[in-house]
Design a protein around this ligand. Structure first.
Ligand SMILES: Cc1ncc(COP(=O)(O)O)c(C=O)c1O
Length: 287
């Protein structure tokens, strides 16, 4: 299917202009976004995604987007998209601005709000590599889902170059942090453990739902304790004494079956977590 685009209250063609050349999202990455998977023609966990969109706006210091308008955009693109639609993407930028990093005076411009629907490829497993670049857990935008994703683009390109589909990053103090577009979980000693938010990782919706559902179901999935998940934990996984999982909106919960181009096995709790996520997400499209 092709991509369906909604901008400024109406559906547009792919070649229609939707933003000016001085849009601050385009010039300096001054924007925020969300990606939801689409299940049965509806955006999955939309309420949580919109909540995080508002949180990212506050963190960036731009106005919170009008939720009704964004929901209308989502309805419009999903009503038009074909049956094979797999994802919706919401992008909100600060709108037109100066050529430098300073913003236009508050209230002097309008935000750019775009909603897109498109296909998604969903893999049952993932292949990951370690990359030498780090997440800055003390960054001004740590934990926000901003459109400044060039670091992720570079790391993911490296992953693809090495036959993988995700790159894993440490933070500046050597803790395991996350992937370019996923949260990471380590399975060892009968538990599935994910880095704490203080590591600088995104508060992933998939991660959040898995933690809630696992806790309700008695599956041992939890956040790491302080100092528990150094990046070196991946050495253990690489050596075969642990397992890895990734969590993210298009992937859902998947085992990692290769690390740095060496096969690794899927863990039992990881597979149980994948089953649990599939079952619970099928019950309610907006949990
Ligand atoms: C950097 C990063 N971490 C984690 C995630 C997973 O978050 P979610 O489960 O909300 O998709 C994403 C999603 O794209 C991401 O971009």
């Amino acid at each position: 299917m092709s991509i369906v685009i909604w901008a400024d209250g109406r559906l547009c063609g792919v070649d229609d202009p939707v933003a000016t050349a001085v849009d601050h999202g385009l010039t300096v990455g001054d924007g925020i976004f969300e990606t939801c998977s689409v299940e049965g023609g509806r955006a999955f966990a939309l309420t949580r995604h919109l909540r995080r969109l508002a949180r990212s706006a506050r963190g960036l210091g731009i106005a919170e987007p009008d939720e009704d308008a964004v929901r209308a955009g989502i309805d419009a693109v999903l009503a038009t998209a074909g049956a094979d639609v797999g994802r919706v993407r919401i992008t909100v930028t600060a709108g037109p601005g100066p050529l430098g990093s300073n913003r236009a005076a508050a209230g002097s411009t309008r935000q750019t709000v775009l909603v897109l629907a498109g296909p998604a490829v969903r893999n049952e497993v993932s292949r990951a590599i370690r990359v030498p670049w780090v997440r800055n857990e003390r960054s001004a935008v740590a934990g926000l889902k901003t459109t400044s994703y060039a670091e992720n683009v570079v790391a993911l390109a490296e992953a693809y170059r090495r036959g993988a589909d995700e790159a894993l990053l440490a933070n500046t103090v050597g803790e395991l942090c996350e992937g370019t577009g996923s949260n990471v979980l380590v399975e060892r000693d009968g538990e599935l453990v994910t880095p704490r938010l203080t590591s600088g990782c995104l508060a992933g919706i998939t991660r959040e739902l898995l933690l809630e559902w696992a806790s309700a179901d008695g599956l041992p999935v939890r956040e790491a304790r302080a100092g528990e998940l150094a990046f070196e934990v991946l050495d253990e996984v690489f050596a075969g004494s642990g397992h890895l999982a990734l969590a993210g909106s298009i992937r859902n919960v998947v085992p990692v079956v290769s690390l740095d181009q060496r096969d690794i096995t899927a863990g039992e709790i990881t597979l149980a977590a994948r089953r649990l996520f599939e079952a619970r997400s099928a019950e309610n499209v907006d949990p």
